[in-house]
Design a protein around this ligand. Structure first.
Ligand SMILES: C[S@@+](CC[C@H](N)C(=O)[O-])C[C@H]1O[C@@H](n2cnc3c(N)ncnc32)[C@H](O)[C@@H]1O
Length: 314
């Protein structure tokens, strides 16, 4: 089994499908909506890579885009097709690894690849192939918009401990319950794979205190997980590292299938922007998530978990 087979198996899992169908209900995340409204003009043709159960596709179709979705998981595509029919939307879905996606040259005005799928493409040569494929599919001056987890945030433990952690703590203590719930739901967390619905009882009894405590505890858990990963990386170098910086783990939001390991890698914005330029794209801009949301934070551009990149084919 190669790494793409692992990914396919992981995302074919019914728990994953259920989770992503749930996520569909949220529509676009606020930062995605801002980004899309800033750079995309409705009426144009857009490809969504890693479309999952159709979350971004549905909103884009409703906004007036001509939408095509592609996903490596057969079950995700089946779920997306079914929901699309139910919503009476005219979206084409394809089951394919994006690297093998067979579609006419220069078909799209925009290619979107959100939810940090970039971090899931194993090996440098494949990431270059991906950029080449996207270039092939885009029309001239077409845009490739994608997001990736930042290495700076996840690997720089000290800034995290002394800057981000106190910042979050202060913010959480002074936030309303609604804001905390929103943060809880919108943030990706490796340590909290349970959907919120399962903890309704706790929610009812502890309300705001529960959310504040959970967010408070998540930061140190994250920190210790990162230290653990670092130790693993050093001690089990041969087993854990495929290429420098690669991690083997389970990046899934919903199902914790420990036996299915996939390769996951964080990148600094410099590494990604260099790849973009190397692949004959023009870097239009990159944003940290806080920047898009207009959250003013000390050194917000560096201490961000996710960055969004906008690249233009010339
Ligand atoms: C984190 S999910 C995001 C789903 C959807 N974009 C959303 O936000 O609801 C990532 C998706 O990418 C798909 N995927 C991963 N690697 C892929 C590849 N090489 N080619 C196509 N799809 C891929 C997975 O099957 C999965 O459905």
């Amino acid at each position: 089994m190669n790494y793409f087979d692992n990914l396919r198996t992981l995302y074919n899992n019914p728990i994953e499908i259920k989770g992503f169908k749930q996520l569909n209900k949220k529509g676009l995340f606020p930062e995605e909506e801002i980004l899309i409204k800033k750079h995309l003009k409705p009426g144009k043709k857009v490809l969504v890579i890693g479309c999952g159960a159709g979350r971004e596709c549905f909103v884009l179709a409703e906004m007036g885009f001509e939408v095509v979705g592609v996903d490596i998981s057969k079950e995700m595509v089946a779920a997306a097709k079914k929901l699309s029919e139910k919503k009476k939307l005219n979206i084409k879905f394809f089951e394919s690894n994006i690297l093998d996606f067979d579609y006419k040259k220069e078909s799209f005005d925009y290619v979107l690849m959100l939810e940090q799928m970039y971090n899931l493409i194993p090996f440098k040569k494949n990431r270059l192939l991906l950029l080449k494929k996207v270039r092939f599919l885009l029309k001239k001056n077409g845009l490739f918009i994608f997001s990736a987890y930042s290495k700076l945030y996840f690997h720089l433990i000290f800034p995290y401990l002394f800057v981000k952690f106190p910042q979050n703590l202060i913010r959480n203590l002074f936030s309303s319950k609604d804001k905390l719930m929103h943060l809880q739901q919108s943030k990706y967390s490796f340590s909290n794979p349970k959907p919120l619905s399962r903890i309704k009882l706790l929610k009812r009894f502890f309300g705001k205190v529960y959310y504040a405590l959970k967010l408070f505890l998540r930061e140190p858990i994250f920190l210790f997980k990162n230290i653990y990963r670092l130790i693993q990386k050093i001690i089990f170098k041969k087993r854990a590292v495929l290429e420098p910086g690669d991690l083997i783990g389970n990046p899934s939001l919903f199902c914790k299938n420990e036996s299915l390991k996939v390769v996951f890698k964080y990148f600094s914005p410099k590494q990604i922007t260099e790849k973009i330029v190397e692949s004959d794209f023009k870097l239009v801009r990159y944003y940290s998530r806080d920047e898009l949301l207009e959250n003013k934070r000390f050194m917000g551009k560096i201490f961000t978990d996710i960055n969004y990149y906008v690249a233009e084919k010339f």
